[in-house]
Design a protein around this ligand. Structure first.
Ligand SMILES: [Zn+2]
Length: 231
């Protein structure tokens, strides 16, 4: 019998809990061995910690979390990623700078049903609005259109989805053809946002219901991303 995935207790350090979140994500089939990445802000206020690139995330350990000190971070400007840091460093850097008070985590995964729902043309925000299981605890943002993994464009489009001009910051957004990004008060909290959205995506896909208005959603997403790129 398979052992169910477990998360480190809330009392563990954020960095230990970050590793545990990636182990649990692998156990749930939300990433393959080396996929996914996570960052947590430094508890002492000195920048943040980010998972190393290319390592086996199913066994991520605290020595594979790299420190990015605050004096390396220039507000509003991307810096060169520290050697060995996650390929999605730019995304983590931009989102860490946007995190509201009390939040410390940015988590990126490839959950099967979230990706499948976007592939089937669902806008995850519209989809989740029908389910109190999500809306009671988790705000879902607009899908980020298909953009190259690890690119600066993806990082900017993702930051734009997390910073809507006239509404509250979402807890999670989907990256079309790719995965999702969640933020949280802790790695455990970010993991729970992914779990809720993944669960309702699974239910909707199991129902066989199809979204029909979606060409339009994807087109407007791409337009928004182009506007960001040229800004
Ligand atoms: Zn990815």
């Amino acid at each position: 019998m398979n052992t169910p995935p477990t998360l480190a207790p809330e009392s563990s350090t954020p960095i230990a809990q970050a590793c545990s979140a990636l182990h649990a994500a692998y156990a749930k089939g939300w990433i393959t061995h080396r996929d996914g990445n996570i960052s947590v802000s430094d508890a002492a206020g000195d920048g943040f910690w980010i998972s190393q690139s290319g390592v086996i995330k199913a066994q991520l350990n605290v020595a594979q979390m790299l420190h990015v000190p605050a004096d390396r971070l220039v507000p509003g400007r991307a810096i060169t990623a520290p050697a060995g840091a996650s390929g999605e460093f730019a995304l983590h850097q931009l989102l860490q700078a946007l995190l509201p008070a009390g939040f410390n985590t940015v988590l990126h995964l490839h959950p099967t049903h979230i990706v499948a729902a976007m592939f089937a043309n669902w806008d995850l925000r519209e989809l989740s609005e029908q389910f109190p299981e999500v809306t009671r605890y988790t705000r879902v943002g607009r899908n980020v259109p298909p953009l190259a993994a690890t690119s600066e464009e993806l990082a900017r489009a993702c930051a734009a989805s997390f910073a809507p001009p006239q509404s509250d910051m979402p807890h999670i957004v989907g990256l079309d053809r790719h995965g999702c990004v969640a933020i949280g008060h802790s790695p455990f909290d970010a993991f729970e946002h992914v779990e809720r959205l993944e669960h309702v995506c699974q239910m909707v896909l199991a129902s066989g219901a199809r979204h029909t208005a979606i060409a339009q959603t994807v087109a407007s997403g791409i337009k928004a991303a182009q506007a960001i790129q040229t800004a």
